[in-house]
Design a protein around this ligand. Structure first.
Ligand code: GLY
Length: 318
């Protein structure tokens, strides 16, 4: 072998090996970090979404399908079918969705329709509007082929009748009476979307709407930064536009954990309520890092990552 060719061969082998190391490193970085997180012990819902993400399904479809598990679960008295009614005995549902493009849809105080997160998606995709409320939202659902369902189960009716005996309004939200499923999904294209759905506070005044269907309060996504969802006493989340705040804090360089902590502390520092109440946030950034924080102990969330769906305990202020 001529000296020139030998040197060339050595050089090209070296170049190829360094190129392949670089490519491997690059590919390693590019392994899509699929992740799904959801509020409270919503194991099956988060698992459904996580499996869909693993198959390459987009984040919004996975989030809407995931939260549908709880909307259809009659044992969950804070979401969808079987949700606790307002003080007049009517079950009214609130929900919203937001995708990686910044599009959003929302429905408020909807009766007789189970899958309101899906309905919120239809508002986003099939109407010129972002929010539809009450009868208008219900009529739109029926025109789109949704089935009318009486959302008040025998169990929630019995509980409501018992409540009527005292009529004490004490919105206790925590592990034993958790409210709202909020879910964030990071898909294989590195896009974040989310969904949030609830029947709101048990025995609320007729017409009361909380944070869950309000874009920026119950849910906010900015695909350049990440996403956040809230759970807990909606009145307190609304006052600080909580999910938007968490995302903006991440934009300023905070980790999801730091952002959730700062947003919760903002509520606590400006609190004028005498009664104890719960609010919690979960958040995820574009790297797939997650965080969560709550006011009171007892909040947990589900985290589907690399094929494992784990319940995680959150730290709290008190
Ligand atoms: N976080 C749900 C509600 O307050 O309605």
């Amino acid at each position: 072998m001529k000296r020139r060719n030998f040197i060339f061969d050595i050089f090209s082998v070296g170049l190829m090996s360094s190129l392949s190391t670089k490519l491997k490193a690059k590919n390693f970085n590019f392994i899509p970090k699929v992740r799904s997180i959801s509020t409270w012990k919503t194991k099956e819902a988060n698992h459904r979404a996580g499996l869909m993400l693993d198959k390459g399904i987009d984040g919004l479809t996975a989030a809407v399908a995931g939260v549908a598990v709880e909307e259809e679960n009659p044992k969950n008295s804070t979401v969808g079918y079987g949700g606790a009614p307002d003080r007049t005995g009517k079950v009214t549902l609130d929900a919203c969705v937001m995708n990686h493009l910044g599009d959003c849809g929302s429905v408020l105080a909807v009766e007789n329709i189970v899958n309101v997160a899906s309905l919120a998606r239809d508002v986003m995709e099939k109407t010129p509007h972002v929010m539809l409320a009450g009868k208008g939202a219900e009529n739109f659902a029926i025109s789109e082929g949704y089935k009318e369902t009486n959302l008040l189960t025998e169990k929630s009716k019995e509980d409501w009748k018992k409540w009527l005996e005292s009529e004490k309004y004490r919105p206790i939200i925590n592990i034993e009476n958790h409210d709202t499923i909020g879910m964030l999904c990071l898909d294989k294209n590195n896009n974040i979307s989310g969904a949030c759905t609830t029947s709101g506070l048990a025995y609320k005044m007729r017409g009361r709407v909380g944070d869950s269907p309000i874009i920026g309060s119950g849910l906010f996504i900015d695909n350049n930064v990440g996403g956040a969802v809230a759970t807990g006493l909606g009145e307190e989340v609304l006052k600080t536009v909580g999910s938007f705040l968490v995302v903006e804090l991440m934009r300023q360089g905070r980790s999801p954990q730091e952002a959730c902590e700062a947003a919760i502390k903002r509520i606590v520092s400006s609190n004028t309520q005498e009664n104890k109440f719960q609010v919690a946030y979960i958040a995820m950034n574009k790297n797939g890092d997650v965080g969560s924080y709550s006011i009171e102990p007892g909040f947990t969330y589900m985290d589907y990552f690399r094929g494992q769906n784990k319940e995680k305990i959150t730290e709290s202020v008190f």
